[in-house]
Design a protein around this ligand. Sequence first.
Ligand code: ZN
Length: 303
Amino acid sequence: MKLEGIHHITCITEDAQRNVDFYAGVMGLRLVKKTVNQDNPTVYHLFFGDEGGDPGLDLTFFEYPGVPPGRAGAGMVHRIVWRVASPEALGFWQRRLAEAGIESELGEAGLVFADPEGLVHELAVLVVPDQPLIAKHPEIPADFALQGFHAVRAFSAAPQTSAGLLEALAFEPADGGGWEARGDSRGGLIYYDEPPPEPGLQGAGSAHHVAWASQPREHLEWRQRAIAGGAQPTPEIDRFYFKSIYFREPSGVLFEIATIGPGFTVDEPLEHLGEKLSLPPDFEHLRAEVEPRLRPVRNPRGG
Ligand code: ZN
């Protein structure tokens, strides 16, 4: 039993429109679901994905208008590593980001840049067997498109404290001090880095949690394994698009284990994903109250 890499990564934005303009416009991802935060249904939860809205490329944001900028510190994800196909893709992104006014640095690791709110990304050329997950964008050739998540990098002052839980969750040590969860179809990693001296701060441009992908039939077994590894997971929560458990790993990073499916087509057809405000059945009765409070967002892709 193995986790199938990263399911999604959830972060915080202060401004949904700027967020959509950057991720659906500049980065070429598809806005695959526009819904509300189920733990606070007065704020948006935006999901950016590949064309099919698949686990493995699913970057999500809660919008908290007016929230001050965050700062990654110990126990927080501070960098998201994405796969791209080739060194030529890195050159393409360096030019495209520059045209959008985003500075980037091409180094040994890959192309590193921050989004308009300071969330750091790295695009890396990696040889993996995983099927590329890409979205269509008229200005981005498919050969250069983002292909899915490879890893998260988190800050930890004592990364060895996380080893036992990661082993209980069948992660395996990887090159460079990382830990890999690799299943039958996909893999993803977590790396730990020395934290800065200042404590972290949840806010705009910071990561909230990382979710690992589980086969639906194995989900409750993963919960038992998390308990056996010393974690205190929540009960299984039905998020409608997937089922989830949450727990903090010993370095302090908030982990989720989310099921692969049922997925984003459960309430919208594939060709119209993300166009309307989707409210899961348990939240539909709040539509008249919450929809007027959410600032409308214009999707550069249309819809
Ligand atoms: Zn999540």
